[in-house]
Design a protein around this ligand. Structure first.
Ligand SMILES: Cc1cc2nc3c(=O)[nH]c(=O)nc-3n(C[C@H](O)[C@H](O)[C@H](O)COP(=O)(O)OP(=O)(O)OC[C@H]3O[C@@H](n4cnc5c(N)ncnc54)[C@H](O)[C@@H]3O)c2cc1C
Length: 516
Protein backbone atom coordinates (compact mmCIF):
# COMPACT_ATOMS: atom_id res chain seq x y z
CA UNK A 1 0.00 0.00 0.00
CA UNK A 2 1.54 3.41 -0.90
CA UNK A 3 2.37 5.53 2.15
CA UNK A 4 1.45 9.19 2.16
CA UNK A 5 3.09 10.14 5.49
CA UNK A 6 6.80 9.44 5.97
CA UNK A 7 7.18 6.71 8.55
CA UNK A 8 8.82 7.00 11.95
CA UNK A 9 12.06 5.01 11.88
CA UNK A 10 12.67 2.69 14.82
CA UNK A 11 16.19 1.26 15.04
CA UNK A 12 16.09 -1.97 17.04
CA UNK A 13 13.39 -4.61 17.39
CA UNK A 14 13.93 -5.58 21.03
CA UNK A 15 11.04 -5.14 23.49
CA UNK A 16 11.44 -1.33 23.48
CA UNK A 17 11.36 -0.88 19.70
CA UNK A 18 8.52 -3.39 19.27
CA UNK A 19 6.39 -1.68 21.95
CA UNK A 20 6.99 1.72 20.35
CA UNK A 21 6.09 0.37 16.90
CA UNK A 22 2.88 -1.14 18.30
CA UNK A 23 1.89 2.11 20.00
CA UNK A 24 2.50 4.20 16.86
CA UNK A 25 0.82 1.73 14.54
CA UNK A 26 -2.32 1.64 16.71
CA UNK A 27 -2.44 5.45 16.48
CA UNK A 28 -2.39 5.19 12.68
CA UNK A 29 1.22 6.41 12.39
CA UNK A 30 3.25 4.53 9.75
CA UNK A 31 6.48 3.01 11.07
CA UNK A 32 9.52 1.23 9.77
CA UNK A 33 11.21 -0.98 12.32
CA UNK A 34 14.62 -2.42 11.46
CA UNK A 35 17.01 -4.73 13.24
CA UNK A 36 20.55 -5.51 12.22
CA UNK A 37 20.27 -9.13 13.39
CA UNK A 38 19.03 -11.53 10.71
CA UNK A 39 16.74 -13.29 13.21
CA UNK A 40 15.36 -12.59 16.70
CA UNK A 41 17.57 -13.79 19.59
CA UNK A 42 16.33 -17.12 20.92
CA UNK A 43 17.74 -16.74 24.48
CA UNK A 44 15.42 -15.99 27.36
CA UNK A 45 17.10 -12.80 28.84
CA UNK A 46 14.48 -10.79 30.78
CA UNK A 47 12.01 -12.96 32.64
CA UNK A 48 9.88 -10.70 34.83
CA UNK A 49 7.02 -8.67 33.37
CA UNK A 50 5.87 -6.34 36.16
CA UNK A 51 2.40 -4.91 36.79
CA UNK A 52 3.22 -1.54 35.19
CA UNK A 53 4.14 -3.23 31.90
CA UNK A 54 1.06 -5.48 32.01
CA UNK A 55 -1.10 -2.38 32.47
CA UNK A 56 0.63 -0.84 29.46
CA UNK A 57 0.11 -3.95 27.35
CA UNK A 58 -3.59 -3.81 28.26
CA UNK A 59 -3.70 -0.34 26.70
CA UNK A 60 -2.20 -1.85 23.54
CA UNK A 61 -4.82 -4.64 23.55
CA UNK A 62 -2.16 -7.30 24.16
CA UNK A 63 -2.43 -8.25 27.79
CA UNK A 64 -4.43 -11.45 27.27
CA UNK A 65 -1.66 -12.80 25.04
CA UNK A 66 0.81 -12.18 27.85
CA UNK A 67 -1.37 -13.61 30.61
CA UNK A 68 -2.02 -16.82 28.71
CA UNK A 69 1.69 -17.30 27.85
CA UNK A 70 3.32 -16.54 31.24
CA UNK A 71 3.53 -18.02 34.73
CA UNK A 72 2.33 -15.96 37.70
CA UNK A 73 4.98 -15.76 40.39
CA UNK A 74 3.79 -16.35 43.93
CA UNK A 75 6.69 -16.13 46.40
CA UNK A 76 10.30 -15.09 46.89
CA UNK A 77 12.37 -17.31 49.18
CA UNK A 78 15.68 -16.11 50.58
CA UNK A 79 18.07 -18.20 52.60
CA UNK A 80 21.55 -18.54 53.99
CA UNK A 81 23.06 -22.05 53.82
CA UNK A 82 20.49 -24.39 55.36
CA UNK A 83 18.30 -21.61 56.83
CA UNK A 84 15.43 -19.83 55.16
CA UNK A 85 15.70 -16.13 56.08
CA UNK A 86 12.65 -14.74 54.36
CA UNK A 87 9.58 -15.91 52.47
CA UNK A 88 7.73 -13.05 50.82
CA UNK A 89 4.59 -12.94 48.76
CA UNK A 90 5.31 -11.46 45.33
CA UNK A 91 3.48 -8.24 44.41
CA UNK A 92 2.11 -7.84 47.95
CA UNK A 93 0.52 -4.40 48.27
CA UNK A 94 0.71 -3.68 44.54
CA UNK A 95 -2.33 -1.60 43.60
CA UNK A 96 -2.83 -2.50 39.95
CA UNK A 97 -5.25 -3.88 37.41
CA UNK A 98 -2.74 -6.78 37.28
CA UNK A 99 -1.46 -7.14 40.84
CA UNK A 100 1.04 -9.91 40.16
CA UNK A 101 4.34 -10.55 38.40
CA UNK A 102 4.43 -12.60 35.25
CA UNK A 103 7.37 -14.76 34.30
CA UNK A 104 7.81 -14.90 30.55
CA UNK A 105 11.09 -15.25 28.66
CA UNK A 106 11.97 -12.09 26.73
CA UNK A 107 12.07 -14.12 23.49
CA UNK A 108 8.32 -14.88 24.01
CA UNK A 109 7.59 -11.23 24.86
CA UNK A 110 9.23 -10.21 21.59
CA UNK A 111 7.34 -12.95 19.71
CA UNK A 112 3.99 -11.68 21.00
CA UNK A 113 4.77 -8.06 20.09
CA UNK A 114 6.28 -8.88 16.67
CA UNK A 115 3.46 -11.34 15.92
CA UNK A 116 0.78 -8.72 16.54
CA UNK A 117 2.64 -6.18 14.40
CA UNK A 118 3.10 -8.68 11.58
CA UNK A 119 -0.61 -9.55 11.60
CA UNK A 120 -1.32 -5.84 11.25
CA UNK A 121 1.06 -5.65 8.27
CA UNK A 122 4.11 -4.17 10.04
CA UNK A 123 7.02 -6.55 9.54
CA UNK A 124 10.38 -6.11 11.27
CA UNK A 125 12.99 -5.57 8.55
CA UNK A 126 15.68 -8.04 9.56
CA UNK A 127 19.36 -7.74 8.67
CA UNK A 128 18.89 -3.99 8.08
CA UNK A 129 21.29 -1.78 10.05
CA UNK A 130 21.14 1.92 10.79
CA UNK A 131 24.67 3.00 9.90
CA UNK A 132 24.40 6.79 9.89
CA UNK A 133 22.01 9.72 10.16
CA UNK A 134 21.96 13.48 10.39
CA UNK A 135 19.28 16.07 11.01
CA UNK A 136 18.29 18.74 8.51
CA UNK A 137 15.71 21.13 10.01
CA UNK A 138 12.72 18.92 10.90
CA UNK A 139 13.93 15.91 8.94
CA UNK A 140 16.19 13.06 10.00
CA UNK A 141 18.11 11.64 7.02
CA UNK A 142 19.09 8.06 7.84
CA UNK A 143 21.31 5.60 6.00
CA UNK A 144 20.20 1.99 6.23
CA UNK A 145 22.43 -0.88 5.14
CA UNK A 146 20.56 -3.85 3.70
CA UNK A 147 21.71 -7.48 3.86
CA UNK A 148 22.89 -7.34 0.21
CA UNK A 149 25.21 -4.42 1.08
CA UNK A 150 22.97 -1.81 -0.56
CA UNK A 151 22.65 1.54 1.28
CA UNK A 152 19.25 3.22 1.39
CA UNK A 153 18.72 6.89 2.29
CA UNK A 154 15.49 7.58 4.15
CA UNK A 155 14.02 10.92 5.29
CA UNK A 156 11.83 10.61 8.37
CA UNK A 157 10.22 13.02 10.84
CA UNK A 158 11.54 11.07 13.86
CA UNK A 159 14.18 8.46 14.62
CA UNK A 160 13.92 6.34 17.78
CA UNK A 161 17.14 4.70 18.91
CA UNK A 162 15.89 1.50 20.55
CA UNK A 163 19.13 -0.16 19.56
CA UNK A 164 20.34 -1.50 22.88
CA UNK A 165 23.30 -0.92 25.16
CA UNK A 166 25.82 -0.37 22.35
CA UNK A 167 23.43 2.04 20.60
CA UNK A 168 24.64 3.40 17.26
CA UNK A 169 22.19 6.28 17.71
CA UNK A 170 23.71 7.27 21.07
CA UNK A 171 27.25 7.05 19.66
CA UNK A 172 26.40 9.12 16.58
CA UNK A 173 24.77 11.77 18.79
CA UNK A 174 27.90 11.74 20.96
CA UNK A 175 25.81 11.40 24.13
CA UNK A 176 27.92 10.13 27.05
CA UNK A 177 26.76 6.88 28.69
CA UNK A 178 27.62 7.85 32.24
CA UNK A 179 28.36 5.22 34.88
CA UNK A 180 30.69 2.32 35.50
CA UNK A 181 31.29 -1.38 34.99
CA UNK A 182 30.96 -3.64 38.04
CA UNK A 183 34.20 -5.55 38.72
CA UNK A 184 32.62 -9.03 39.05
CA UNK A 185 31.92 -11.51 36.26
CA UNK A 186 28.41 -12.97 36.41
CA UNK A 187 27.56 -16.41 35.12
CA UNK A 188 24.14 -17.63 34.15
CA UNK A 189 22.52 -20.78 32.86
CA UNK A 190 19.12 -21.93 31.71
CA UNK A 191 18.84 -25.62 32.66
CA UNK A 192 16.39 -28.20 33.83
CA UNK A 193 16.56 -28.81 37.57
CA UNK A 194 16.01 -31.77 39.86
CA UNK A 195 15.17 -30.80 43.41
CA UNK A 196 12.56 -29.31 45.73
CA UNK A 197 11.80 -26.12 43.77
CA UNK A 198 8.35 -24.61 43.27
CA UNK A 199 8.07 -23.28 39.67
CA UNK A 200 6.08 -20.25 40.83
CA UNK A 201 8.82 -19.04 43.20
CA UNK A 202 12.18 -17.23 43.05
CA UNK A 203 15.05 -18.42 45.28
CA UNK A 204 17.96 -16.22 46.37
CA UNK A 205 20.47 -18.08 48.49
CA UNK A 206 23.79 -17.30 50.16
CA UNK A 207 26.59 -18.99 52.02
CA UNK A 208 30.08 -17.95 53.12
CA UNK A 209 31.23 -19.07 49.65
CA UNK A 210 28.96 -16.84 47.55
CA UNK A 211 25.38 -16.56 46.33
CA UNK A 212 23.01 -17.91 43.67
CA UNK A 213 19.64 -16.77 42.42
CA UNK A 214 17.17 -19.17 40.79
CA UNK A 215 14.26 -18.06 38.60
CA UNK A 216 11.68 -20.28 36.89
CA UNK A 217 11.81 -19.77 33.10
CA UNK A 218 9.25 -22.05 31.49
CA UNK A 219 8.36 -25.77 31.33
CA UNK A 220 10.73 -27.02 34.05
CA UNK A 221 13.63 -24.79 32.95
CA UNK A 222 15.35 -22.62 35.59
CA UNK A 223 17.67 -19.61 35.30
CA UNK A 224 20.66 -19.67 37.65
CA UNK A 225 22.69 -16.52 38.35
CA UNK A 226 25.96 -16.55 40.26
CA UNK A 227 29.18 -14.59 40.53
CA UNK A 228 32.46 -16.14 39.48
CA UNK A 229 34.84 -16.62 42.37
CA UNK A 230 37.82 -14.95 40.80
CA UNK A 231 38.04 -12.41 37.99
CA UNK A 232 38.77 -15.18 35.50
CA UNK A 233 37.72 -13.97 32.07
CA UNK A 234 34.33 -14.01 30.47
CA UNK A 235 34.20 -17.42 28.83
CA UNK A 236 30.80 -19.11 29.27
CA UNK A 237 30.53 -21.37 32.33
CA UNK A 238 30.28 -25.14 32.07
CA UNK A 239 27.40 -27.05 33.64
CA UNK A 240 29.92 -28.30 36.24
CA UNK A 241 30.77 -24.69 37.23
CA UNK A 242 27.07 -23.88 37.68
CA UNK A 243 26.55 -27.04 39.75
CA UNK A 244 29.57 -26.18 41.92
CA UNK A 245 27.91 -22.84 42.76
CA UNK A 246 24.59 -24.55 43.50
CA UNK A 247 26.31 -27.05 45.79
CA UNK A 248 28.30 -24.34 47.57
CA UNK A 249 25.59 -21.78 48.13
CA UNK A 250 22.21 -22.85 46.70
CA UNK A 251 19.19 -24.42 48.38
CA UNK A 252 19.85 -28.03 49.35
CA UNK A 253 19.42 -30.91 46.86
CA UNK A 254 19.20 -28.95 43.60
CA UNK A 255 20.81 -30.50 40.52
CA UNK A 256 21.12 -28.70 37.17
CA UNK A 257 21.01 -30.61 33.86
CA UNK A 258 20.33 -30.19 30.12
CA UNK A 259 21.60 -26.60 29.68
CA UNK A 260 20.06 -24.52 26.90
CA UNK A 261 21.99 -21.29 27.62
CA UNK A 262 25.33 -20.77 29.39
CA UNK A 263 26.72 -17.25 29.47
CA UNK A 264 29.13 -14.99 31.35
CA UNK A 265 28.88 -11.21 31.42
CA UNK A 266 29.97 -8.04 33.21
CA UNK A 267 27.33 -5.70 34.59
CA UNK A 268 27.24 -2.01 33.69
CA UNK A 269 25.39 0.68 35.63
CA UNK A 270 24.94 3.50 33.11
CA UNK A 271 22.57 6.30 32.15
CA UNK A 272 22.66 8.39 28.97
CA UNK A 273 23.42 12.06 29.66
CA UNK A 274 20.51 13.03 27.37
CA UNK A 275 17.55 11.18 25.84
CA UNK A 276 16.98 13.48 22.89
CA UNK A 277 18.66 15.63 20.31
CA UNK A 278 16.15 17.41 18.10
CA UNK A 279 13.97 14.74 16.55
CA UNK A 280 16.11 11.76 17.55
CA UNK A 281 15.43 9.85 20.77
CA UNK A 282 17.01 7.15 22.89
CA UNK A 283 14.84 4.56 24.64
CA UNK A 284 15.36 1.30 26.54
CA UNK A 285 18.87 -0.11 26.98
CA UNK A 286 20.20 2.55 24.59
CA UNK A 287 19.40 5.06 27.36
CA UNK A 288 19.96 3.07 30.58
CA UNK A 289 21.52 -0.24 31.60
CA UNK A 290 22.04 -1.82 34.98
CA UNK A 291 22.41 -5.15 36.75
CA UNK A 292 19.64 -7.68 36.17
CA UNK A 293 19.03 -7.59 39.97
CA UNK A 294 15.46 -6.44 40.37
CA UNK A 295 14.65 -7.32 36.75
CA UNK A 296 13.77 -3.79 35.64
CA UNK A 297 15.64 -3.22 32.37
CA UNK A 298 13.12 -4.48 29.85
CA UNK A 299 10.19 -3.12 31.86
CA UNK A 300 11.73 0.35 32.01
CA UNK A 301 12.30 0.25 28.24
CA UNK A 302 8.66 -0.74 27.64
CA UNK A 303 7.53 2.23 29.77
CA UNK A 304 9.89 4.54 27.82
CA UNK A 305 8.23 3.37 24.61
CA UNK A 306 4.71 3.90 25.95
CA UNK A 307 5.64 7.41 27.09
CA UNK A 308 7.31 8.40 23.81
CA UNK A 309 4.79 6.65 21.54
CA UNK A 310 1.74 8.75 22.30
CA UNK A 311 3.72 12.00 22.15
CA UNK A 312 5.12 11.32 18.68
CA UNK A 313 1.63 10.13 17.69
CA UNK A 314 0.04 13.39 18.88
CA UNK A 315 2.55 15.55 17.00
CA UNK A 316 2.21 13.61 13.74
CA UNK A 317 -1.58 13.79 14.08
CA UNK A 318 -1.30 17.59 14.34
CA UNK A 319 -2.12 17.92 18.04
CA UNK A 320 -0.47 19.69 20.94
CA UNK A 321 2.62 21.81 21.47
CA UNK A 322 5.30 19.75 19.77
CA UNK A 323 8.24 21.23 21.68
CA UNK A 324 6.54 20.68 25.06
CA UNK A 325 5.63 17.11 24.13
CA UNK A 326 9.12 16.27 22.89
CA UNK A 327 10.86 17.88 25.84
CA UNK A 328 8.63 16.11 28.32
CA UNK A 329 9.93 12.66 27.33
CA UNK A 330 13.39 13.09 28.83
CA UNK A 331 12.09 15.20 31.72
CA UNK A 332 9.73 12.40 32.76
CA UNK A 333 11.66 9.25 31.91
CA UNK A 334 15.30 10.04 32.73
CA UNK A 335 14.72 10.57 36.48
CA UNK A 336 12.90 7.21 36.57
CA UNK A 337 15.87 5.45 34.97
CA UNK A 338 18.33 7.22 37.30
CA UNK A 339 16.42 5.75 40.24
CA UNK A 340 16.18 2.28 38.64
CA UNK A 341 19.94 2.17 37.95
CA UNK A 342 20.79 3.25 41.52
CA UNK A 343 18.35 0.73 43.05
CA UNK A 344 19.60 -2.14 40.89
CA UNK A 345 23.19 -1.45 41.95
CA UNK A 346 22.16 -1.34 45.64
CA UNK A 347 20.14 -4.57 45.36
CA UNK A 348 22.97 -6.36 43.62
CA UNK A 349 25.55 -5.32 46.19
CA UNK A 350 23.29 -6.35 49.03
CA UNK A 351 22.10 -9.57 47.47
CA UNK A 352 24.94 -10.96 45.40
CA UNK A 353 28.26 -9.40 46.31
CA UNK A 354 28.31 -8.97 50.09
CA UNK A 355 30.06 -12.08 51.33
CA UNK A 356 32.28 -10.86 54.19
CA UNK A 357 31.26 -12.50 57.46
CA UNK A 358 30.33 -9.21 59.15
CA UNK A 359 28.37 -7.98 56.12
CA UNK A 360 26.57 -11.32 55.87
CA UNK A 361 25.49 -11.25 59.48
CA UNK A 362 24.14 -7.70 59.13
CA UNK A 363 22.43 -8.46 55.83
CA UNK A 364 20.85 -11.67 57.10
CA UNK A 365 19.54 -9.91 60.20
CA UNK A 366 18.17 -7.02 58.16
CA UNK A 367 16.45 -9.32 55.69
CA UNK A 368 15.00 -11.49 58.36
CA UNK A 369 13.57 -8.47 60.20
CA UNK A 370 12.47 -6.60 57.06
CA UNK A 371 10.63 -9.60 55.68
CA UNK A 372 8.49 -9.72 58.84
CA UNK A 373 7.40 -6.09 58.54
CA UNK A 374 4.48 -5.86 56.10
CA UNK A 375 5.08 -2.16 55.31
CA UNK A 376 8.70 -2.85 54.33
CA UNK A 377 7.73 -5.89 52.23
CA UNK A 378 5.08 -3.88 50.43
CA UNK A 379 7.42 -0.95 49.76
CA UNK A 380 9.94 -3.23 48.03
CA UNK A 381 7.27 -4.96 45.94
CA UNK A 382 5.51 -1.77 44.90
CA UNK A 383 8.80 -0.19 43.78
CA UNK A 384 9.61 -3.21 41.62
CA UNK A 385 6.15 -3.33 40.05
CA UNK A 386 6.73 0.13 38.50
CA UNK A 387 3.19 1.15 39.48
CA UNK A 388 4.27 3.82 41.97
CA UNK A 389 6.24 5.93 39.49
CA UNK A 390 5.17 9.57 39.49
CA UNK A 391 6.37 12.15 37.01
CA UNK A 392 7.36 15.34 38.74
CA UNK A 393 9.08 17.44 36.12
CA UNK A 394 8.72 18.60 32.56
CA UNK A 395 6.50 20.94 30.58
CA UNK A 396 3.36 18.75 30.76
CA UNK A 397 3.37 18.93 34.55
CA UNK A 398 4.98 22.30 35.31
CA UNK A 399 1.77 24.29 34.85
CA UNK A 400 -0.69 21.60 35.90
CA UNK A 401 0.97 20.77 39.23
CA UNK A 402 0.74 24.37 40.35
CA UNK A 403 -3.03 24.52 39.98
CA UNK A 404 -4.16 20.92 40.46
CA UNK A 405 -5.20 20.06 44.00
CA UNK A 406 -7.05 17.29 45.80
CA UNK A 407 -6.13 13.86 47.06
CA UNK A 408 -6.15 10.52 45.25
CA UNK A 409 -3.86 9.92 42.29
CA UNK A 410 -2.34 13.35 41.64
CA UNK A 411 -1.24 14.76 38.31
CA UNK A 412 1.92 12.82 37.43
CA UNK A 413 0.90 9.61 39.25
CA UNK A 414 -0.53 6.48 37.63
CA UNK A 415 -4.25 6.02 37.22
CA UNK A 416 -5.83 3.49 39.59
CA UNK A 417 -7.94 0.54 38.55
CA UNK A 418 -11.64 0.56 39.44
CA UNK A 419 -13.50 -2.70 39.04
CA UNK A 420 -17.02 -3.68 39.98
CA UNK A 421 -19.46 -6.36 38.83
CA UNK A 422 -17.40 -7.43 35.84
CA UNK A 423 -16.66 -3.82 34.82
CA UNK A 424 -13.01 -2.77 34.76
CA UNK A 425 -11.73 0.74 34.11
CA UNK A 426 -8.56 -0.71 32.65
CA UNK A 427 -10.44 -2.39 29.83
CA UNK A 428 -11.43 1.11 28.64
CA UNK A 429 -8.04 2.81 28.89
CA UNK A 430 -6.40 2.77 25.47
CA UNK A 431 -2.85 3.65 24.45
CA UNK A 432 -4.31 5.51 21.46
CA UNK A 433 -6.29 8.19 23.30
CA UNK A 434 -6.62 10.29 26.44
CA UNK A 435 -9.45 9.26 28.79
CA UNK A 436 -11.54 11.74 30.74
CA UNK A 437 -12.97 10.09 33.86
CA UNK A 438 -16.08 11.89 35.09
CA UNK A 439 -17.15 11.24 38.68
CA UNK A 440 -20.69 12.28 39.60
CA UNK A 441 -24.22 12.12 38.18
CA UNK A 442 -24.82 12.22 34.40
CA UNK A 443 -25.94 15.86 34.65
CA UNK A 444 -22.57 16.94 36.10
CA UNK A 445 -19.66 18.34 34.07
CA UNK A 446 -21.71 19.85 31.24
CA UNK A 447 -18.87 22.27 30.31
CA UNK A 448 -16.28 19.54 30.29
CA UNK A 449 -18.44 17.20 28.21
CA UNK A 450 -18.90 19.95 25.63
CA UNK A 451 -15.17 20.70 25.60
CA UNK A 452 -14.33 17.01 25.25
CA UNK A 453 -16.40 16.72 22.06
CA UNK A 454 -13.87 19.02 20.35
CA UNK A 455 -11.23 16.31 20.47
CA UNK A 456 -13.13 13.48 18.77
CA UNK A 457 -11.46 10.07 19.09
CA UNK A 458 -8.33 11.60 20.72
CA UNK A 459 -10.32 11.89 23.98
CA UNK A 460 -12.62 9.21 25.36
CA UNK A 461 -15.14 10.16 28.06
CA UNK A 462 -15.75 7.52 30.73
CA UNK A 463 -18.57 7.99 33.23
CA UNK A 464 -17.43 6.68 36.61
CA UNK A 465 -20.81 7.12 38.37
CA UNK A 466 -21.60 8.23 41.88
CA UNK A 467 -20.70 5.28 44.14
CA UNK A 468 -18.88 6.69 47.18
CA UNK A 469 -16.18 3.98 47.07
CA UNK A 470 -15.36 4.85 43.47
CA UNK A 471 -15.16 8.58 44.22
CA UNK A 472 -13.05 7.84 47.27
CA UNK A 473 -10.61 5.75 45.27
CA UNK A 474 -9.83 8.86 43.24
CA UNK A 475 -9.90 11.13 46.29
CA UNK A 476 -13.23 12.88 45.61
CA UNK A 477 -16.05 13.62 48.04
CA UNK A 478 -18.00 15.55 45.41
CA UNK A 479 -18.17 15.38 41.58
CA UNK A 480 -14.79 15.72 39.97
CA UNK A 481 -12.81 14.71 36.91
CA UNK A 482 -9.48 13.08 36.11
CA UNK A 483 -7.77 13.25 32.73
CA UNK A 484 -5.66 10.15 32.03
CA UNK A 485 -2.96 10.14 29.36
CA UNK A 486 -2.58 7.28 26.84
CA UNK A 487 0.31 5.92 28.96
CA UNK A 488 -2.09 5.71 31.91
CA UNK A 489 -0.56 8.57 33.92
CA UNK A 490 -2.83 11.26 35.33
CA UNK A 491 -2.50 14.39 33.19
CA UNK A 492 -4.64 16.70 35.35
CA UNK A 493 -7.60 16.62 37.71
CA UNK A 494 -10.14 18.97 39.18
CA UNK A 495 -13.54 19.43 40.78
CA UNK A 496 -16.75 20.11 38.88
CA UNK A 497 -16.53 23.36 36.92
CA UNK A 498 -12.74 23.64 37.36
CA UNK A 499 -11.96 23.92 33.68
CA UNK A 500 -8.81 26.02 33.90
CA UNK A 501 -6.40 23.17 34.46
CA UNK A 502 -8.08 21.10 31.73
CA UNK A 503 -7.59 23.92 29.24
CA UNK A 504 -3.94 24.39 30.24
CA UNK A 505 -3.19 20.72 29.63
CA UNK A 506 -5.31 20.52 26.46
CA UNK A 507 -3.26 23.32 24.88
CA UNK A 508 -0.10 21.28 25.47
CA UNK A 509 -1.27 17.86 24.33
CA UNK A 510 -4.71 17.83 22.69
CA UNK A 511 -5.53 21.05 20.85
CA UNK A 512 -4.79 21.31 17.13
CA UNK A 513 -1.18 22.41 16.81
CA UNK A 514 -0.57 26.10 16.11
CA UNK A 515 0.67 26.44 12.52
CA UNK A 516 3.59 28.64 11.52
C1 LIG B 1 20.53 -12.29 31.66
C2 LIG B 1 19.63 -11.11 31.63
C3 LIG B 1 18.49 -11.11 32.42
C4 LIG B 1 17.63 -10.03 32.41
N1 LIG B 1 16.50 -10.05 33.18
C5 LIG B 1 15.62 -9.02 33.13
C6 LIG B 1 14.35 -9.09 33.81
O1 LIG B 1 14.00 -10.06 34.47
N2 LIG B 1 13.50 -8.02 33.69
C7 LIG B 1 13.84 -6.94 32.92
O2 LIG B 1 13.02 -5.98 32.85
N3 LIG B 1 15.01 -6.87 32.25
C8 LIG B 1 15.90 -7.88 32.32
N4 LIG B 1 17.05 -7.84 31.58
C9 LIG B 1 17.34 -6.66 30.74
C10 LIG B 1 16.66 -6.77 29.37
O3 LIG B 1 17.07 -7.94 28.70
C11 LIG B 1 16.98 -5.54 28.55
O4 LIG B 1 16.75 -4.40 29.34
C12 LIG B 1 16.15 -5.48 27.27
O5 LIG B 1 16.61 -6.39 26.30
C13 LIG B 1 16.22 -4.08 26.64
O6 LIG B 1 15.42 -4.04 25.50
P1 LIG B 1 15.73 -3.03 24.32
O7 LIG B 1 14.68 -3.28 23.31
O8 LIG B 1 15.88 -1.67 24.87
O9 LIG B 1 17.17 -3.44 23.78
P2 LIG B 1 17.65 -4.81 23.14
O10 LIG B 1 16.84 -5.95 23.63
O11 LIG B 1 19.12 -4.87 23.32
O12 LIG B 1 17.32 -4.66 21.59
C14 LIG B 1 18.07 -3.79 20.77
C15 LIG B 1 17.98 -4.29 19.33
O13 LIG B 1 18.59 -3.30 18.48
C16 LIG B 1 19.28 -3.97 17.44
N5 LIG B 1 20.29 -3.04 16.92
C17 LIG B 1 21.42 -2.60 17.52
N6 LIG B 1 22.04 -1.71 16.75
C18 LIG B 1 21.32 -1.57 15.62
C19 LIG B 1 21.47 -0.78 14.43
N7 LIG B 1 22.49 0.06 14.28
N8 LIG B 1 20.54 -0.89 13.45
C20 LIG B 1 19.48 -1.74 13.62
N9 LIG B 1 19.30 -2.52 14.71
C21 LIG B 1 20.20 -2.42 15.71
C22 LIG B 1 19.86 -5.20 18.11
O14 LIG B 1 20.12 -6.22 17.17
C23 LIG B 1 18.74 -5.59 19.09
O15 LIG B 1 17.85 -6.53 18.54
C24 LIG B 1 17.93 -8.92 31.59
C25 LIG B 1 19.08 -8.92 30.78
C26 LIG B 1 19.91 -10.00 30.79
C27 LIG B 1 21.15 -10.01 29.91
Amino acid sequence: MPQTTPPVLIAGAGPTGLTLATSLHLQGIPVRIIDKLPAPAAVSKALAVWSGSLEGFAGLGLVDDFLSAGIRLTRLHMGDSAHELADMEIAEGVDSAFPFTLILPQSHTEEILAGRLARAGVVVERGVELVDFHQIDDIVRATLRHPDGRDETLDVPFLAGCDGARSTVRHKLDIPFEGYTEPETFILSDTRMDGPLDPTCIYIWWSAKGSVALFPVVDGVWRTFAIRDEASGEEPPTLAEIQAHLDACGPRGVVAKDPTWLSAFRVNERLAAAYRRGRVFLAGDAAHIHSPAGGQGMNTGIQDALNLGWKIGAILSGRGDSEALLESYEAERRPVAREVVANAARTMHLGMTSHGQATRVVRDALLSIASRIPAVRRKIQVAMSETAIAYEAGPLYAAVHRISGGTGPAAGGRAKEVSREGWSLWSFLSATQHSLLLFGPPCAHADLRAAARRYGPALDVIDMGTEPEVLERYGFTAPGWVLVRPDQFVAARGGEGEMGVFDVYARLALDPAAVG
